[in-house]
Design a protein around this ligand. Structure first.
Ligand SMILES: Cc1cc2nc3c(=O)[nH]c(=O)nc-3n(C[C@H](O)[C@H](O)[C@H](O)COP(=O)(O)O)c2cc1C
Length: 304
């Protein structure tokens, strides 16, 4: 399905005709609790991305995590359009106060690069890793490539290199998880637990959203000497993933200079996770979600 542009005789794929494929690519993105908080509108020459606020978590009051998931979906859409042989033209937040997060059109033809082909092949294999890590080091040059990718997407990859940095990161994460542990009866604690229950799935579930039992370990994910993980099991014994094993070979945090750049962070992280697919890279992958920052009202979700 292609359109001919009478001005420059270049062929542009008809996005509407490929919408099913493109939305499926986008929908493979990671999202908090696998809420898949995105919606798409297909028009003649563009695919538009919106946040589905009905899937926003209560504990994500500012909608920041929802927005990060939407940005990751946007990266999948971009990659899908690249696989049609043209460059995606992305308008982020086309109307500053409007509900649209992005409008994406097919731009000029350009063949995929070998790196993009690798990313595309990785899409069906990408997943969040919460189990043990392999003891092997990462392949030479991977971290440097990931750093460059982060910069290209407007984000920064901070590799945690010293003991002091690692301790600081552990303290930041522990402060969040201790809050949940120490004040389980607080409003935030109750919401968090209820939402984790709502968005986790038993082994025989056929749900296509939420976090499935095979993707989290039984027990709280609070092992000594490791960064604390979110407890998806909540003492129910549902989790099927093994735990333990050696610590992650590399811990890295993806950051932006401001919260309004979260779309960058998520597009960069989606790209990373595709690039880092492979069992020996899991140490890096699993940590990309690790660092939370306080929510800010500036990042309030758009209302549809
Ligand atoms: C903004 C955001 C926050 C996330 N936070 C966590 C988290 O705190 N703990 C965790 O284990 N996974 C976290 N994840 C990973 C999601 O749970 C995961 O993407 C989702 O369950 C879909 O699974 P998949 O990535 O394997 O496709 C987060 C993902 C996103 C996009």
């Amino acid at each position: 399905m292609a359109e001919t542009n009478s001005d420059d005789k270049e062929t542009t794929p008809d996005l509407a005709a490929h919408a099913g494929y493109l939305i499926e690519m986008a929908g493979r993105a990671p999202s908090v609790h696998n809420t898949q908080p995105w919606r798409f509108k297909v028009s003649e020459d563009a695919i538009e991305l919106y946040a589905d606020v009905s899937r926003q978590l209560l504990e994500d009051r500012a909608g920041r995590e929802m927005l990060i998931g939407c940005g990751a979906a946007l990266y999948g859409l971009r990659l899908g359009i690249r696989s049609l042989g043209c460059l995606p033209e992305v308008e982020l937040f086309p109307e500053p106060a409007g509900p649209r997060l992005a409008r994406v059109r097919a731009g000029r033809p350009a063949p995929m690069t070998s790196q993009e082909r690798r990313l595309l092949r990785a899409v069906p294999h990408r997943h969040t890793h919460r189990g043990p890590f392999e003891p092997r080091p990462l392949p030479a040059g991977l971290v440097a490539r990931l750093r460059r990718d982060a910069t290209a997407e407007g984000a920064t990859l901070r590799v945690i290199e010293t003991e002091a940095e690692y301790r600081r990161l552990t303290a930041i994460l522990a402060a969040w998880s201790r809050g949940q542990d120490l004040y389980p009866a607080s409003r935030a604690g109750v919401h968090s637990r209820a939402e984790t229950q709502r968005w986790t799935r038993e082994a025989d579930s056929e749900a296509r959203d939420g976090v499935p039992a095979h993707a989290f370990p039984a027990g709280g994910g609070r092992e000594t000497g490791r960064l604390p993980q979110r407890d998806f099991d909540l003492g129910r014994g549902w989790g099927l993933l093994p735990s333990g094993g050696p610590p992650a070979p590399v811990t890295a945090v993806l950051v932006t200079a401001g919260e309004h750049l979260d779309c960058c962070i998520s597009q960069a992280s989606a790209k990373y996770i595709k690039q880092a697919v492979g069992p020996c890279h899991q140490g890096l992958m699993a940590r990309l979600w690790g660092a939370g920052r306080p929510l800010s009202p500036r990042a309030a979700p758009p209302s549809l």
